[in-house]
Design a protein around this ligand. Structure first.
Ligand code: ATP
Ligand code: MG
Length: 303
């Protein structure tokens, strides 16, 4: 019952581990110089602004969703490196904090995160659709004329990176050539290749479960040997657009399992991009249901 549950909007490990960063959703703690505790709170952001209140249990769903995907992606490609170590909490965490942290935290390898967001788009929607209508391009890439809204790119998914903005700034869509300028030839081409391959695997996996992954965003890091490692959260409703396959049709926007619902509400209330917005209970509840639905469809699991 989401209405009764309390959302966890901020974590406090009471000094058990040093906090090294708070993102929009996650709190990162250092376990040792090679390992982080990557904790997903129930915070939710839309248009790069964090809402005042949270979505009960969201952090658990994001963590378990990510873990499920890491497993599936590694099964499809055993040579894939991910930052995931374990869902087990480290011994430093006292008994009293374990229940709330369990299943919303993972131990991960501490990496140097490459400063781009590796977006892959299989279908034209969102900012890509807006740009295409104006200029016939997507992230400056020339794509075929005559595409309809929500249509699959006829030549397959495309790699459309963005900058990874500092806190308070907005990510900016860039052409893959700009990613080369930022990352250098070697990392840029590895990231582009890995991102598209991962998207293809995930798209096929989800489609078999009745879900279209319209687009998604990956983050990669580099380890001490210079190897590229899949990091962050993967293929969650926060980092992806999920569409129910049943109701999919080109030529219009799609119903989605993700936070499109919250975004639409913010726009309709004139609250887009405003700080300090408190979601009314019914909006938080409906959003919680969307997260739950996406999780159940993709994993077949219950939480
Ligand atoms: P940012 O904090 O960059 O604005 P965000 O708001 O999306 O992004 P969260 O998703 O809340 O951040 O937190 C995750 C943060 O942890 C991101 O900054 C991400 O780049 C970083 N990160 C993910 N995996 C690792 C890792 N293995 N090692 C170090 N940092 C990581
Ligand atoms: Mg993030």
């Amino acid at each position: 019952d989401f209405t009764m549950a309390q959302a966890l909007t901020t974590t406090d490990l009471q000094g058990a581990l040093p906090l090294i960063a708070r993102g929009k959703v996650r709190d990162l703690y250092e376990i040792d110089d090679k390992t982080l505790l990557f904790v997903a709170s129930d915070r939710i952001s839309a248009y790069d602004v964090i809402m005042e209140n949270g979505i009960p249990n969201k952090g658990v769903l994001l963590t378990l969703c990510t873990q499920t995907w890491f497993k599936a992606l590694k099964e499809a490609n055993p040579s894939l490196r991910t930052h995931f170590i374990t869902l087990d909490l480290p011994p430093q965490i006292p008994e009293s904090l374990r229940p709330v942290l369990q299943n919303r935290s993972m131990q991960v390898r501490k990496l140097r995160i490459l400063p781009i967001e590796a977006i892959v788009r299989g279908y034209i929607t969102g900012s890509a659709w807006s740009e295409y209508k104006k200029s016939g391009t997507v992230h400056g890439i020339k794509v075929p004329a005559g595409l309809q809204e929500s249509q699959a790119f006829p030549d397959g998914p495309i790699y459309t990176p963005s900058t990874k903005a500092e806190q308070g700034e907005h990510d900016e869509n860039i052409h893959p050539d700009q990613a080369v300028a930022i990352l250098g030839e070697r990392y840029a081409s590895t990231v582009a290749k890995m991102a598209v391959e991962l998207y293809k695997t995930a798209h096929e996996y989800a489609l078999a479960r009745g879900v279209i992954i319209a687009d998604t965003k990956f983050e990669f890091g580099v380890d001490e040997d210079g190897e590229v490692v899949l990091a962050d959260e993967v293929l969650t409703p926060d980092s992806s657009r999920f569409w129910p396959k049943d109701s999919y049709a080109v030529g219009r926007g799609q119903a989605s399992f993700d936070k499109q619902f919250l975004r639409d509400w913010l726009v309709s209330e004139g609250l887009k991009g405003k700080e300090g917005v408190r979601m009314p209970d019914d909006i938080a509840l409906k959003t919680a249901e969307k997260y739950q639905e996406a999780w159940e469809k993709i994993t077949g699991g219950k939480v």
